[in-house]
Design a protein around this ligand. Sequence first.
Ligand SMILES: [Zn+2]
Length: 248
Amino acid sequence: MYIRLEEGFYIVGGGDTGPGISSYKDCNVYLVADKGRGILFDAGSGLDTGRILENIRETGMELSRIQYLFITHCHGDHTGGVQDMKTAMPHLVIATSEKEAGLMERGTEDMLGLTAAKVKGAYPADYVFRHQKADRILENGEVIRMPGIAVEAVVTPGHSIESVCYQMEWKGRRYLFSGDSVYKNGALSLQNCYGSSLKDYRTYLPRLADRKIDALIPAHFGFALTGGQAHIDKALAYLKSSALPPMV
Ligand SMILES: [Zn+2]
């Protein structure tokens, strides 16, 4: 199963906080397919990566044609499936920021936020994060260009130690894959665990100002295919107020 958002743009994974087409624990996993090539955003939890791979195949995209996997941050629901994806697609270039890559390669359960998330009951007690080395480290502002697609890494610590949003220019439109950094209606996600910081949110989320984002595509809950910047601007306004911003 998959959901086609637009020609060449699919949701191929997502559990309880999304379309329910893969493991309940998976964040949304997005596939952009263009000119016979594909790129993925986030990898899901690793609880049932086979389902996500099958969903990708159902869109008509061959796994061998997928070039990049862009990781927004190293929490289990986004990154636990990276190792399986690399096994299924050894050619895949796994890209993220330096600190998130460090966690992905060797983060302890405490550093991954998993200890606290298990106490909350958000993960099965026997969930094991499978580490994976990144293939490419992205700096803030770095742009990866493919024919017809450009993806810029916008590093926005706050939800996690070095979360990355990905601004994609494609077919004359501007998309922001925002991970857990900002959701629809300006909601944020501050967590009571390693790496999450409201101060960092205040410092770095303003990097998303004035970008004229058309589509805001978070990793959970709703998305907006038009008018994306207005949702981001709400978050930026909340961060200027002394009241705690809305969180999910
Ligand atoms: Zn997260």
